[in-house]
Design a protein around this ligand. Structure first.
Ligand code: ZN
Length: 108
């Protein structure tokens, strides 16, 4: 199937002459999901690339670390893990690699 056609949403519209015609509109992208738990992210609008450009930077994603990438729970988890590793309470071998990736990003 043609990729550009697939993105189109078909809507039936009654014209002034009484005829029904199909109106096609671009489909909106799917809701953003957390990279760790796949939960849908709040504060991230379902806008196309051009629609996103019309918004201000702070309207595109939450303005916190990992905003628009991780959900609030996972972000808290990553920050807690970082602190536990730094203070030596936790061991690096016990932290899942998927979480470790974001912990290392925080350090830098
Ligand atoms: Zn999450």
């Amino acid at each position: 199937m043609n990729r550009s056609r697939h993105r189109m949403k078909k809507l039936a519209r009654r014209t002034p002459s009484g005829r029904t015609s199909l109106l096609t509109k671009n489909k909106k992208p799917k809701q953003a999901h957390c990279a760790l738990c796949r939960k849908t992210l709040g504060g991230v609008p379902r806008e196309s690339r051009s629609g996103m450009r019309k918004l201000s930077q702070t309207q595109r994603r939450p303005e916190r670390s990992f905003g628009g990438v991780l959900c609030a729970n996972c972000t808290a988890n990553v920050i807690k893990t970082r602190t536990r590793l730094q203070s030596g309470v936790a061991d690096e071998s016990l932290v899942p690699l998927t979480v470790m990736k974001y912990v290392k990003m925080l350090k830098a």
